[in-house]
Design a protein around this ligand. Structure first.
Ligand SMILES: Nc1ncnc2c1ncn2[C@@H]1O[C@H](COP(=O)(O)OP(=O)(O)OP(=O)(O)O)[C@@H](O)[C@H]1O
Ligand SMILES: [Mg+2]
Length: 388
């Protein structure tokens, strides 16, 4: 059962996935737009291409003829995936899942219109004028996001009439790919947000991880923790929505399904059909299998009997503050000396302001209040400094 996996995207999440795959003897070719990317460092082979270029993608798929294509990022010419599926290659979790989540429109319309899930009220706009009209329909405050973007790029909140023009310009600058269109969403006044890691399996039931709480800043997560405190009613609602949307997308693998929790109930926000960055908390040994192992097992059709919560855990990001072609770290001995603490340094060859270079991981018994474990993760991450 040695399979060949073409991994599209070679960041820190890809790296942990490759490590999980290597541990059970799989072959992985890691792909990204630059050499020396984290997942390439542990893969069997690598390719450097622009993954938005369909011809370049076709060429490496033909060259390697993989059993599986595993996307790690959104910015891929995912339209090509339908053909690869027809050729007999398994796209993970499915060509539809990767294609629908590449663009916020496809996944949002599927969730809200086709499946009837509760989401923020939303409209689309392709110009500053249309944005004016859209804002008047959803009301202020509202959030504007390019249809093709991630990590908060091009995203802003409109609070007053004057913000509209600025929000349009900012969204255009932050847009990736060839579409300049935005989604405008009513601002959801949530008391917390969670990622519900959902594992779909071939021939076995869908499983859910304990909910992961997280805090976002500038569009990227800063700390995540597991388990998040969520009422039984909200969990049931979130699981029901996650089951519906993952079923509609099809295939086997892990999905990071994002929800906002409010006093009026649970709102579906978006999802990643792959391991989620906030799910790095599972590297703290919070579960019997971490999110990368779960993804791999689901892909290979290895049955997952159950997912158990073993510890309370937290992760906090270690960010760079400067541009560098040779980033170095200090404080590693200090974090290493802490009890019930671990860390990852991703081995990224370059740094830029706010680039995620590593994470701290803390854990304790399941009876320990999660807030305590989060504070320890923050303090641990703060010990590590990235230098240019
Ligand atoms: N309608 C909304 N109301 C309130 N907050 C929002 C809304 N939409 C987004 N946010 C905030 O912005 C964050 C990022 O939004 P979203 O997940 O849609 O974008 P993203 O760029 O795809 O992020 P990522 O790819 O890193 O998950 C959310 O986690 C949430 O904190
Ligand atoms: Mg998100």
């Amino acid at each position: 059962m040695q399979k060949k996996i073409l991994l599209l995207g070679s960041g820190e999440l890809g790296k942990e996935f490759v490590i999980a795959a290597q541990r059970i003897g799989q072959t992985v070719i890691a792909v990204d737009s630059y050499a020396g990317a984290p997942a390439m460092q542990v893969a069997d082979a690598f390719e450097v291409i622009n993954m938005l270029d369909g011809a370049a993608l076709d060429a490496i798929v033909a060259r390697h003829n993989p059993d599986f294509i595993v996307p790690e990022i959104e910015a891929i010419r995912t339209e090509r995936f339908y053909d690869y599926e027809k050729q007999g290659i398994t796209v993970v979790p499915s060509a539809k899942a990767a294609n629908y989540t590449m663009n916020r429109k496809a996944i949002r319309d599927l969730a809200a219109k086709d499946l009837g899930l509760r989401t923020a009220n939303y409209r689309y706009a392709t110009s500053a004028n249309e944005l004016q009209k859209a804002v008047s329909e959803v009301g202020m405050p509202c959030v504007v996001k390019p249809l093709m973007s991630s990590s908060g790029k091009g995203q802003s909140t409109i609070k007053t009439q004057e913000d509209i023009e600025k929000a349009w310009k900012y969204a255009v600058e932050g847009s990736r790919g060839d579409v300049v269109e935005v989604i405008v969403e009513a601002f959801v006044n949530f008391h917390s947000e969670i990622t519900l890691l959902t594992v779909t399996q071939n021939n076995n039931p869908t499983l859910f991880c304990a909910p992961i709480g997280h805090r976002q800043e500038r569009g990227d997560y800063q700390e995540s923790w597991q388990p998040a405190r969520v009422s039984d009613k909200d969990i049931a609602e979130a699981q029901d929505m996650a089951r519906k949307v993952t079923e509609a997308l099809g295939g086997a693998g892990i999905f990071g399904v994002e929800f906002f929790l409010t006093d009026e109930g649970v709102y579906f926000s978006e999802l990643s059909p792959r391991p989620h960055d906030t799910g790095m908390v599972t590297l703290a040994g919070t579960q019997n299998f971490n999110e990368f192992e779960l993804h791999l097992r689901a892909i290979l059709s290895l049955p997952i009997h159950e997912i158990t919560l073993e510890r309370t855990g937290a992760s906090a990001v270690i960010l760079a503050s400067e541009n560098s072609d040779n980033p170095t770290f200090t404080g590693v001995e200090k974090i290493a000396a802490l009890p019930k603490t671990d860390f990852r340094l991703f081995g990224k060859p370059t740094s830029r302001p706010y680039r995620r270079m590593g994470v701290s991981l803390t854990y304790d018994t399941t009876s320990t209040p999660v807030e305590e474990v989060v504070e320890k993760a923050k303090a641990a991450a703060a010990l590590v400094k990235v230098h240019a």
